[in-house]
Ligand binder design. Sequence first.
Ligand code: ARG
Length: 270
Amino acid sequence: MKNKIKILSILFALMLIFTACGENSNSVDKNSLEGIKAKEKIVLGTSADYPPMEWIIFEGSTENYVGVDIEIAKVIAKDLGVELEISNRDFGGLLTALNAGDIDMVLAGMVKDEERAKEVDFSNAYYDGGQVVLVRDEDVEKYKTPDDLIDKKIGTQLGTTQQKYAEEHFGKNITSMDSNMNLVMDLKNRSLDMLFMSELAAMQFASINEDLEVIKMDEIPGEGEWCVAVKKGNQELLDEINKTIEKLLESKQIDKWFDEYIELSKDQLE
Ligand code: ARG
């Protein structure tokens, strides 16, 4: 009897040790604050086709990611004491990648809207965006009100607030693509009549391309607030990100980056 109890207690102790070990290796979510600190890096998901927020400057064969979102992400990483890794993806796939744990946060000039907020959590806002129409400059007089856009060949980026708005308001003739760069090319080569885009990016494309111009219509509302997205429930990380954003807004550093990167993308992308 005594022996039996001994063996049982040894088995029980072993069981405890095994479960504890198992828990140690599995219990830390790699996308949580603790997980990020453990792996000593934070992975930013972005879609680098959106100046002045994020785009790529090529130096020989190296790709350098630049823009306001990239600067904000760098400070978030620095404040957490970890490296920043950048994962460039199609805008439409960012939230899926976040939920799959492939990236830790998204900065992509992304609007916090109701639908997205069901899927992921958002930080406090760092910008409030407008939306406009980008056309070839010879067409600028043709379009005065949103009614003039109905059933025109309108291009939008896939998965954006603009795609949704255009589909709801401008008829059936909407073409959505992954990359803003390709949309701009198709506008210039006349496959599309116009692009419906965030104001800041459209202004950049217009200043880079002499033959393009922005039309702003009072009837079209703003797109909403740009925020950082993290996996749902990742509150500790979100608290840290909010601290960084608050600091950067307070010191007006974000405004300074806007000025700087609006200028830089004019020079670099021309
Ligand atoms: N602001 C728009 C949205 O939230 C478009 C963002 C596109 N961003 C990009 N990096 N391409 O849907």
